[in-house]
Design a binder for this molecule. Structure first.
Ligand code: F6R
Length: 362
């Protein structure tokens, strides 16, 4: 998508303007763009970038500075002209901060606005450093960091006390002006805030939820971050579904938790009271489907136990098993990462998220 915009703009002799985040989320995207540059000649000479934010008080020589992070993770490896890179200056003296922020906004305007804004999301719903209760029309400014943000950054600063209290950030209004926005969330620790962002009420407590009002905003999540979305956690409440064995099991475990009853004690009324009529109709009555799920779970436990046995035996024969699998000692096979694409809903559309096709990650 990003490469497409860069190429398309270049073909028309125009600049491509990217809004960029730092953090763990975009690392893979930057890596892929670097690969496209090296292997497929993706040209960044017509690209202009605006970073979302920078810690106040940190210069580029500091380990945690976002300017330094961007150089090391992206800019040093592509052919972007240095004068096309814009990042708020964390060392701006206090008396010049207002002017610096105004100038940042003016620089965005001068190049005709941001074509595509990439975003990560904090566990508290922040985008950039627009913390809970930021004004939706805010522009680039100095913002005080939320305690959750400071706690999450503590690892980078060798303790929470070392985390700056403030940062310069693009405002929510600045972000919403971008023509296209892509919010990316990876990992289980983002699952709750992704649910609130995509499906919760519009509230200033979760700044990212206002993205639902943007004309072209997309949410990209991996399987772990999608876990609590209705379409994944309880798809049966959204309408008719194909009842795979996995979904039947998921529904029964959910029903048992909702009703506070053991699996084998569930009755037809529990199914009806929790919108599981379709499951009852196709796989009921309650007792028979509950027994089926119970048997699968028992069988699953037995096979997990026996494959643990095999694993233990392999451990004893460590050298042989490693040579066979060509893995380093202790290294585990990672499951393939899969992403979901969720079109962020705009007001007036049907309720519930629209989850697109799952496909291989970037
Ligand atoms: C960073 C930024 C932040 C991060 C967010 C998620 O420039 O603007 O809003 O995108 O805190 O951080 P990660 O990706 O590290 O989970």
């Amino acid at each position: 998508m990003i490469a497409g915009i860069i190429r398309e703009r270049k073909a028309h002799g125009q600049k491509a303007v990217l809004g960029l985040p730092t953090g763990s989320t975009p690392v893979g995207i930057y890596r892929e763009l670097i690969r496209l540059h090296r292997e497929e000649g993706l040209d960044f000479s017509n690209v202009v970038t605006f970073n979302l934010d920078e810690y106040l008080g940190l210069g580029p020589d500091r380990l945690q500075s976002y300017r330094r992070w961007m150089q090391e993770h992206f800019f040093n490896d592509i052919n972007i002209p240095p004068e096309n890179i814009f990042i708020p200056d964390g060392l701006t003296p206090p008396e010049k901060l207002d002017e610096h922020c105004r100038e940042y906004e003016a620089a965005i305007q001068r190049v005709g606005g941001i074509d595509i804004q990439l975003l990560g999301i904090g566990r508290n719903g922040h985008i950039g450093f627009n913390e809970p209760f930021s004004a939706t029309n805010s522009r680039t400014r100095v913002a005080t960091l939320d305690p959750v943000t400071r706690r999450d950054a503590a690892g980078d600063f060798f303790g929470e006390e070392g985390v700056p209290m403030q940062a310069i950030t693009m405002g929510l209004g600045t972000i919403f002006d971008a023509r296209k926005i892509v919010l990316i969330a990876l990992g289980e620790h983002k699952a709750s805030i992704i649910r609130e962002t995509a499906e919760g009420p519009s509230t200033p407590r979760v700044p990212a939820c206002y993205l639902r009002q943007h004309a072209d905003a997309t949410l990209l999540v991996d399987t772990a971050a999608a876990n609590k979305l209705t379409a994944v956690a309880t798809p049966w409440v959204l309408g008719k579904i194909d009842w795979t064995d996995q979904l039947v099991k998921q529904a029964l475990l959910w029903l048992s938790e909702q009703s506070g009853k053991a699996l084998l004690k569930l009755d037809d009324d529990d199914f009806r009271q929790h919108n599981l009529h379709q499951l009852l109709r196709h796989h009921g009555p309650a007792q028979s489907v509950a027994h089926r799920v119970f048997r699968w779970m028992m069988a699953g436990r037995r096979s997990a136990r026996s494959s643990r046995g095999v694993h233990d035996q392999r451990q004893h024969r460590g050298l042989r098993s490693r040579r066979q699998t060509n893995r380093r000692p202790g290294e585990r096979i990672q499951p393939p990462v899969r992403h979901r694409r969720v079109q962020i809903q705009r007001p007036g559309r049907a309720r519930g998220p629209v989850v697109g096709k799952e496909g291989p990650g970037r």
